[in-house]
Design a protein. Structure first.
Length: 278
């Protein structure tokens, strides 16, 4: 039993020794090829990254392209090195192809997100800092990744959207700002022009209200109890709530301070005495 195991060990040892003697120079050559390939892949990857950075290409796309090129060069030199030591790479290529097909079918959704991410980075319909709305979801773009885009809304909530749900959809982009709307009623006997002037001053004095696009103030409608003054202005997306509360408070104080009546819902009832007496 022991002698049989010893013979098997000697057999394998002899095979390995003969292989090393026969292919020693090839092994050294393959190792040198692999080391050279790693160096070349690193250099070319850095050159591509530097070139894209000089042309102001998006950093996400830059990293992706440089890494893909690096991996392709490494795989190419590994195949050359394997061929150098007499190992046929045909079965490996077939296995990689089959595995890639299976992985592609299994990861269809993920790959579609990556493809959409590349489309977003290449076409740049929006950039980090823009405010977008897509599929009834809105917020300021915080991060653009290959697989997903992260938005942050006025409530400081992060919203992760898979990129396949962005490409091909109707996209609203208001860039750095979001539109805020407000309104207040004044009595019919009050001066609408004076009220509009007061609201315009409140908007001009608030530091977070954008100068461009310009704020808009005017008569919205004629309600039952008074004239509705509407005002619209633009603010940074992440400052919507605090700005809206401050502006509404300023408008209310300005209207009250000018002794302009703010009406409340009321109904006038007329009693016909003749009908009561009959």
């Amino acid at each position: 039993m022991i002698s049989t195991e010893i013979q098997q060990v000697e057999k394998y040892y002899t095979m390995i020794t003969e292989y090393l003697v026969k292919y020693s120079m090839q092994l050294v050559g393959a190792l040198l090829i692999l080391i050279f390939g790693l160096w070349v892949a690193q250099k070319i990857s850095k050159m591509i990254a530097a070139l894209m950075a000089r042309n102001n290409i998006d950093i996400t796309l830059t990293n992706f392209v440089s890494n893909v090129v690096k991996v392709l060069f490494i795989v190419m030199f590994i195949i050359i090195a394997l061929g150098k030591i007499g190992i046929s790479v045909t079965p490996f290529v077939a296995a990689i192809g089959a595995a890639s097909l299976g992985a592609g079918l299994a990861l269809q959704g993920m790959l579609s997100n990556y493809g959409a991410g590349l489309a977003i980075i290449a076409t740049r319909p929006f950039i980090v800092g823009d405010t977008i709305e897509v599929k009834n979801v809105s917020g300021q773009v915080k991060t653009i990744e290959l697989g997903y885009t992260i938005l942050i809304n006025e409530e400081k909530v992060e919203i992760t959207i898979p990129n396949k749900h962005i490409v091909g959809e109707i996209l609203h982009n208001s860039f750095n700002y979001s539109l805020v709307k407000g309104e207040i009623d004044i009595a019919y006997n009050a001066s609408a022009e004076h009220a509009i002037e007061l609201i315009e001053n409140v908007l001009k004095d608030h530091e977070l209200v954008a100068n461009e696009p310009l704020s808009q103030v005017g008569i919205e409608r004629f309600a039952e109890s008074g004239v509705t003054i509407s005002y619209r202005y633009w603010v940074p997306t992440t400052k919507i709530i605090e700005t809206k509360l401050a502006v509404n408070g300023g408008v209310y104080s300005a209207i009250q301070g000018a002794d302009i009546e703010i009406p409340f819902p009321q109904r006038i009832v007329t009693i016909n005495k003749n009908e009561l007496n009959s």
